[in-house]
Design a protein around this ligand. Structure first.
Ligand code: TXA
Ligand code: MG
Length: 547
């Protein structure tokens, strides 16, 4: 379909703008689809009294046909043509119309059932945007207009968003600049003396309460409906407002949430973060977006941000949870749907960096922590797994250290180690580390996240090179395991089948025990029996778990 684009700027009554709104209303009267701005979001408009036009809306958006449309009129009394009004309707329209409020009333036969998704009620809204108003007035009919997005995607708050979703599927798109509010209207169902809030918006609960003492909030505003539950508003059933990538909301105290988000963030920009602008010094990067604490400002930017994430390199998004005062309820209602109700609790997840020399007993300490409910990520094992399975990392290593490290399509670790360790030149090792550490860190963070999602209160990063790798920056505390030299040598000889000389040589390449003592928050001295070690670990486990 050929889509006509038109821009409205300046005085709505100018000749040029008049011609555009004339054309738009002409198209609507003749059964066509026109996208236009409103103060909330862009709407996809068609004649609300024409069932064929309504069908076209559903087809263009890919919207389920049982999800009813809002009809837009220009003054409160026009509702009489389409619905059975009551006193409360006029009280509400006196207080908030024109503006971002939609009121559901019993419908009259003038509204075809295609528009109301088969329901015997109809949703009515009187927008304040002057472009919307001009088109409604010139059309002389109510205009059915859902948000002008592909069903399921974030609602459009600029003409570019509409073009992204609907270009070629509608007859005309009018660009009237960015929408003032950025979230869809408040939807209420009313009886003579009661308001039932179905979708929160810029007309908030406090404002509604100033008109009617009896304001109820539908369960579906913040909770997921079970399949068997009836939706008071069919739109609440569908996954909504969502980019194509998973979104997670992170609950908890602001500083815990910030620490959690910091742990998620990665230099390769595969993680998107939506946080408060007060975290700017701690959380930054290409896919970090900031919300102000003002709910109105949050509403302005939310949908644009969700669309931006979709176009970015982010493969998942983590977001703070706004509080629910005023318009905050509407912001959270959209965000929680974008997240498919996935909420992660960021309370008190402690990351422990565990390090120490070879043979100090780190492995045994990890096993004992595991018994106490503290799992670990073994960064050596992660490295070996990546060498096997991570094509990108392998390629980078081969590019740097030549093809002769490859045997039967795989990197031979021994040959690689020889190249890196036998030369006296540490730059080879540094070079290898520079490549591998970023992959290891990314994988480690993914594994930690899984532990967190699984409900653990803390987890260990087991890393001999905790500080050189920079993994310590991910940790809340660091813990060194320290042991007497003879015991270490015995353990290394036994475990790795080495001579005493070889074991000593290995240790001479590592940091001294003093270094670890100075660097780490805590030290475990592992010179006694296994039982002694078990007791020590149990004590630390209690501290870390906050018991
Ligand atoms: O701000 C807005 O309301 C925008 C602009 C364009 O006006 N429109 C909008 O429409 O958001 P839409 O279709 O995206 O959302 C309408 C919501 C849906 O959740 C729908 O289920 C609900 O209103 N709704 C419509 N008629 C209803 C009815 N008779 N009973 C219950 N819910 C209804
Ligand atoms: Mg919508």
């Amino acid at each position: 379909m050929n889509t006509e684009l038109a821009v409205i700027k300046g005085d709505i009554n100018s000749d040029a703008n008049d011609r555009i709104t004339d054309k738009a209303s002409y198209l609507i009267k003749n059964g066509c689809l026109v996208a236009f701005p409103t103060e909330t979001v862009y709407g996809l408009g068609a004649d609300a009294t024409n069932s064929e036009s309504a069908k076209k809306i559903y087809a263009a958006k890919g919207r389920p046909s049982d999800n009813p449309l809002i009809i837009h009129i220009s003054k409160a009394s026009d509702a009489e043509k389409y619905a059975y009004t009551n006193e409360l309707y006029y009280k509400l329209t006196d207080a908030f119309s024109p503006g971002p409020l939609t009121i559901i009333l019993p419908k009259k036969d003038t509204v075809p059932c295609e528009v109301t998704g088969g329901l015997d009620t109809v949703a009515i809204r009187i927008p304040s945007n002057e472009i919307a108003r001009a088109i409604i007035e010139k059309s002389g009919v109510a205009i059915a207009a859902p948000s002008a997005n592909t069903s399921g995607r974030p609602s459009p708050t600029s003409a570019d968003h509409v073009i992204e979703d609907l270009y070629g599927k509608v007859d005309m798109i009018i660009d009237g600049g960015d929408c003032e509010i950025g979230l869809e209207s408040t939807v209420v169902k009313i009886s003579d003396d009661e308001i039932n809030l179905l979708r929160p918006g810029a007309v908030d609960v406090q404002m509604l309460s100033s008109v009617c003492a009896n304001v109820k909030m539908s369960d579906a505003v913040l909770n997921k409906l079970e399949n068997s539950e009836k939706a008071e508003s069919p739109g609440m059933r569908y996954r909504h407002y969502a980019p194509d990538i998973p979104v997670y909301l992170v609950s908890g105290e602001e500083k815990n949430v910030e620490a959690f988000l910091k742990r998620r963030l990665h230099d390769d920009n595969t993680v998107g973060i939506l946080c408060y602008d007060t975290s700017k010094d701690i959380l930054f990067g290409e896919n970090v977006k900031y919300l102000e604490h003002s709910h109105i400002k949050q509403a302005n930017v939310l949908f644009g941000y969700l669309r931006d994430f979709n176009k970015s390199t982010a493969k998942s998004v983590y977001s703070v949870i706004p509080d629910t005062d005023g318009v905050g309820l509407a912001v959270l209602n959209r965000l929680i749907r974008a997240a498919g109700f996935n909420v992660i609790n960021a309370e008190r997840f402690t990351v422990i960096g565990l390090t120490g020399q070879s043979g100090s007993g780190k492995g045994a300490v990890c096993e004992l922590f595991k018994k106490c409910g503290i799992p670990s990520v073994d960064t050596d094992a992660v490295y070996h797994e990546l060498l096997e399975n991570c094509f990108e990392m392998r390629q980078e290593i081969v590019d740097r250290f030549d093809d002769d490290i490859v045997e039967n399509g795989k990197i031979n670790r021994k040959i690689l180690a020889k190249k890196v360790f036998t030369s006296n030149d540490r730059t080879q090792l540094e070079c290898l580390n520079k490549i591998t550490h970023k992959y290891i860190l990314k994988k480690t963070k993914e594994l930690l996240l899984q532990y967190e999602i699984d409900g653990f209160k803390c987890a260990i990063i087991d890393a001999p090179q905790l500080f050189e790798s920079g993994f310590d920056a991910e940790c809340d505390v660091t813990l060194a395991v320290i042991s007497e030299l003879e015991k270490q040598i015995q353990r290394i000889m036994l475990r790795d089948d080495l001579t005493e000389k070889q074991a000593l040589e290995r240790l001479s390449n590592q940091h001294t025990t003093d270094y670890f003592r100075k660097k780490c928050t805590y030290c475990i001295e592992n010179n006694g029996t296994l039982e002694d070690l078990e007791n020590t670990v149990e004590c630390y486990a209690k501290i870390f778990k906050g018991e």
